[in-house]
Design a protein around this ligand. Structure first.
Ligand code: GDP
Length: 297
């Protein structure tokens, strides 16, 4: 999809306004309309857009009348600051356990990029911290999921613990954690089952795993390309599991990243990492200011 950048839109709105010489409340309204349209095009949730434009509008009216030298830049700056604020202001890393291992439980719908992300982050930690992670294959519904994790483990030379598909996932996690303690692994990633849609059985199972494993982080993986659906998914996972962070994948496509804004606003949980491609090195720590620039275009 081709987007007209928010900055360009504001430029156009402001150029009309400059001819009139003064900045009035209705001019700000016109700008807010541009901002609203641009955010909706970037797939930001309607409620979130409303709250956001209201705040920007309130700030904009006061500022420009005082310093009308370059109003567009000022408005863009306000939008940028407000976006960054909603997105969380600062980068947030993993919640680390003072004692090893740090346990990270991955949750999310099937196809969101959960298993790939387990590979990406464990590899990142191995490369950057010389970490020795263990990956636990706790998706007992899809044999292909276990194989996929094993293939990733082989590629990265990172061990994978699995017990096949006939064992209760909590038991797998129990034995996997015992092995991690014995081998002094510093990180454990639990790759849980996903489904095409959220259902009670899945949530019940994830809650049992959570209760047993007491993870330091529960990271919800969400596909940024699913737009508005991503928000609904994030909301229900968060309600049922009280996740500690979000991983936004597939930000390498055309997507503007509006999902980041909505998910953060709706769940209040930090986006910790982003996936930017299919390769196991395509992972980045999430930076709110960079995402704001991306949304601004
Ligand atoms: P899971 O079912 O949640 O474990 O999802 P997978 O890890 O199997 O990923 C589903 C598909 O998405 C695979 O084809 C991955 O290669 C792809 N994928 C995962 N992360 C990214 C990403 O950041 N960008 C792109 N383009 N593809 C991704």
């Amino acid at each position: 999809m081709a987007f007209e950048s928010l900055t360009d839109r504001l430029q156009v709105a402001m150029s009309k306004l400059k001819k009139k010489g003064t900045v009035k409340e209705e001019d700000v309204k016109e700008m807010m309309r541009e901002i609203r349209l641009a955010l909706l095009e970037a797939d930001v949730n309607l409620q979130v857009v409303r709250g956001f434009t209201k705040r920007v509008g309130e700030r904009a009216i006061g500022v420009e009348i005082l310093e009308s030298l370059n109003p567009t830049q000022q408005i863009v700056k306000i939008v940028d600051e407000e976006l960054t604020k909603v997105l969380g202001s600062e980068a947030v890393g993993l919640n680390k356990n003072p004692k090893i291992p740090t346990v990270v439980m991955m949750v999310g719908l099937q196809g969101a990029g959960k298993t790939t992300f387990v590979g990406k982050l464990s590899n990142f930690l191995k490369q950057n911290e010389k970490a020795r992670p263990l990956l636990i294959a706790a998706d007992v519904y899809r044999p292909a999921a276990i194989d996929q994790l094993k293939v990733i483990g082989q590629q990265l030379d990172i061990p994978v613990f699995d017990m096949g598909t006939d064992v209760d996932p909590v038991e797998i996690v129990k034995q996997g954690l015992a092995q991690a303690k014995e081998n002094k692994n510093d990180y454990v990633f639990i790759d849980t089952a996903g489904r095409l849609h959220i259902d009670e059985t899945l949530m019940g199972e994830l809650q049992r795993i959570k209760e047993f494993a007491q993870p330091n982080d529960i990271l919800l993986t969400v596909d940024a390309m699913t737009g508005q659906d991503a928000v609904t998914v994030a909301q229900s996972f968060n309600e049922q599991l009280d996740v500690t962070g979000v991983v936004l994948t597939k930000l390498d496509g055309d997507t503007r990243g509006g999902a980041a804004l909505s998910i953060r606003a709706v769940t209040g949980k930090p986006i910790k990492f982003i996936g930017t491609g299919e390769k196991l090195t395509d992972v980045e720590v999430f930076h709110p200011d960079r995402m704001s620039s991306r949304i601004l275009g």
